[in-house]
Ligand binder design. Structure first.
Ligand SMILES: [Zn+2]
Length: 287
């Protein structure tokens, strides 16, 4: 059964490790992440972006698939199903569909409107038993067309949003979605420390986990990060393994064209990436 992310993140924050959020795109992705979490006895968060939800035939399909897979695979570790970067409307769609956690990304609104909408969602999520992630200070990315550093959140604004009663808070600390550019300046630990001081025991979320050096990840965890989002890294691993299979001509040998064979190296590559991240984040054996 799906659980919300509150307990697993509070334990992680207190125990100085982080729980990985791994975004899913299809059945193979979900199976690979669930199997690895179970094998390593690690709590896990399955992230679903609105685009991926649409690709998988809607949020209802995602909930039905994940619930059925957890039952068939006899998953015993805590699993949260979480909307990634949701709009106000998408949060409601996912609450309705049976997600156990949502992120309301109000970072592009003026702070007053972010506060008003977050306040409302805090109440709805509390009523329905979901965990809620809020964001302050937009997280940069390739899609913004800007190369360089991600935005840094204002610690006072972080406190304002944290005090509303959200479960976890994503604060921009120079992190970026997708691949990091060569001239990236690194995470702003100055910002993270200031945010951490303002928000008390609130579990912090680090987006754009792909390509952040291991020592920066460890330091971020020491400074209160309890959830780290990984998306692009699984995509790159899947694509590279699939490319290698095809380039080796394996799809042309025997029944190598069978999708169950064709997609297997990519699926195994996702498992290896998830394992590596869970080991780095320290969540192995914490379920
Ligand atoms: Zn993100």
């Amino acid at each position: 059964m799906l659980v919300n992310a509150k307990e697993m993140l509070e334990k992680a924050r207190a125990g100085h490790y982080a729980v990985g959020q791994f975004n899913i795109n299809n059945l193979e992705w979900t199976k690979a992440i669930l199997a690895t979490a179970e094998e390593l006895k690690s709590p896990v968060i399955l992230g679903v972006s609105a685009g991926a939800g649409k690709y998988m035939c809607g949020f209802n399909t995602v909930v039905a698939m994940v619930n059925a897979m957890m039952e068939t695979m006899k998953i015993t570790v805590p699993v949260a199903l979480h909307l990634d970067h949701g709009t106000y409307e998408q949060c409601y769609s996912c609450i309705e569909a049976g997600f156990s956690s949502v992120m309301f990304d109000g970072s592009h609104y003026p702070i007053e409107e972010n506060v008003a909408k977050t306040t409302e969602l805090v109440q709805v999520c509390a009523q329905k038993g979901l965990s809620l992630e809020a964001e302050v200070g937009a997280i940069g990315g390739e899609e913004d067309g800007v190369v360089g550093n991600g935005e840094c959140a204002d610690p006072a604004e972080c406190k304002m949003i944290a005090d509303l009663g959200v479960t976890m808070l994503a604060a921009g600390i120079g992190n970026i979605h997708g691949k990091y550019p060569e001239n990236w300046k690194g995470l702003s630990f100055e910002t993270l420390e200031a945010v951490n001081e303002q928000v008390g025991e609130m579990p912090l979320v680090l987006h754009g986990g792909t390509g952040i050096p291991a020592d920066m990840i460890r330091r971020a965890i020491e400074l209160g990060v309890a959830k780290i989002n990984v998306n692009t890294e699984c995509q790159l691993a899947f694509a590279a393994a699939t490319r290698a299979y095809v380039e080796a001509g394996k799809d042309l040998e025997g029944k190598g064209f069978d999708p169950r064979k064709l997609l297997l190296p990519g699926t195994e590559a996702i498992k290896a990436t998830v394992k590596e991240k869970m080991e780095l984040f320290g969540s192995v054996g914490k379920a």
